[in-house]
Design a protein around this ligand. Structure first.
Ligand SMILES: *Cc1c(COP(=O)(O)O)cnc(C)c1O
Length: 360
């Protein structure tokens, strides 16, 4: 069977070249006589794989030397809790920007540990925009400011980096990391689950500035303390070895294909194809403010929700899957991460036109 165009929001499509390379290396990795899954995480083969993955990620994102890169588990959801545990540093409150489902979960988790000041919220317009910096009410005594760079469900993305002065900026980049150029030095901490735009589920990446490590709440659980993982170079316990290996192959694939700058251009082109078409029709609708439309996740509804199932069935028959929108918003969602080729987006737009014409 030919591979489908997979528009899943996560776990999401991986580059076919990466999957083929992993298949070739599955039984015998580089003449070691074993698969990566069977290797000791402390053996020289796997250490080399993990070190190369970190070095490649550092190169791709231009991560400064005073930042640690951690390969953890527990998903972005565990970071919702590790962030207050580690970054409150004796302060009583933190600022959060509320932009939708994922911000909401981050806020809920933080409330267990501190006062949460919702510095800005897009709730007044059903989370269809990114609140402008001028409308943020930041607390100068906040331990940090947290925002969600891309709301995977709502399809709202920040096209700018918030300014927070001396207060560390913390960002959930789960669904747009490596999709665009980012100045890491603007951030105190960046985190991302790998299963959207990097690799398999099970790996979470944390990029944290040195001075924010080692200041956790008194007697933190060791596993929840960044210092533990910094000291052990992400090998305090058994890391998700195979996920790290696949992420490393994705990093190599990115480097071979022009790095983040080239990927960003491709992502602008892909998102443009979809949004430009959406603007020409009232058969489909995307509710997000134009300046804040996500390049990664494009939600849209059909004029007549009664046609949703037929739309999805027709898409599947044409080799396009996972277009059903999140259960909380309904409609459709096309997730078009780095691994989605432009051909996939073209095929989708062609199908949308055809479907609209047949029902219009
Ligand atoms: C998927 C997602 C999460 C949750 O990730 P888990 O790895 O399932 O914990 C958090 N934030 C954003 C923006 C996401 O897209």
């Amino acid at each position: 069977m030919a591979r489908v165009f997979n528009f899943s929001a996560g776990p999401a499509a991986l580059p076919e070249e990466v999957l083929k390379q992993a298949a070739e290396e599955m039984v015998d990795w580089h003449g070691s006589g074993q698969s990566v899954m069977e290797m000791s995480h402390r053996g020289k083969e796997f250490i080399a794989i993990a070190q190369a993955a970190e070095a490649d990620l550092r190169e791709l994102m231009g991560i400064p030397a005073n930042y640690k890169v951690l390969f953890l588990q527990g998903g972005a959801s565990l970071q919702f809790e590790m962030i207050p545990i580690n970054l409150l540093r004796g302060k009583a409150s933190a600022d959060y920007v509320h932009t939708g489902e994922w911000a909401k979960k981050a806020i809920k988790a933080a409330k267990t540990f501190c006062n949460v000041n919702v510095a800005a919220s897009a709730e007044d317009k059903s989370f269809t925009y990114a609140p402008a910096q001028a409308d943020w009410k930041l607390n100068k005594d906040a331990a940090y400011v947290h925002y969600t760079a891309n709301e995977t469900i709502g399809g709202v993305e920040f096209n700018w980096v918030p300014e927070t002065g001396d207060v560390p900026l913390v960002c959930d980049m789960s669904s747009n990391i490596l999709s665009r150029a980012v100045d890491v030095s603007r951030y105190g901490l960046i985190y991302a689950g790998a299963q959207k735009n990097i690799g398999p589920a099970g790996l979470t990446i944390v990029i944290v500035r040195d001075d924010l490590v080692g200041k956790a709440v008194p007697t933190p659980p060791a596993m929840l303390n960044y210092q533990t993982h910094v000291d052990a170079e992400s090998m305090y316990n058994t890391p998700p070895t195979y996920a790290i290996y696949i992420a490393g192959l994705v990093f190599q694939w990115l480097k071979k294909n022009g790095g983040v700058a080239a990927m960003e251009q491709k992502n602008i082109e892909k998102a443009g194809l979809l949004y430009n078409y959406l603007e020409t029709t009232d058969f489909y609708r995307n509710p997000v403010a134009k300046a804040d439309r996500s390049r990664m996740n494009v939600p849209f509804t059909l004029k007549d929700a009664g046609l949703d199932d037929e739309f999805l069935k027709g898409a599947k028959a044409r080799g396009m899957v996972q277009l059903k929108g999140h259960r909380s918003v309904g409609g459709m969602r096309a997730s078009i991460y780095n691994a989605m080729p432009v051909e996939g987006v073209k095929a989708l737009v062609d199908y949308m036109k055809e479907f609209a014409a047949s029902k219009g």
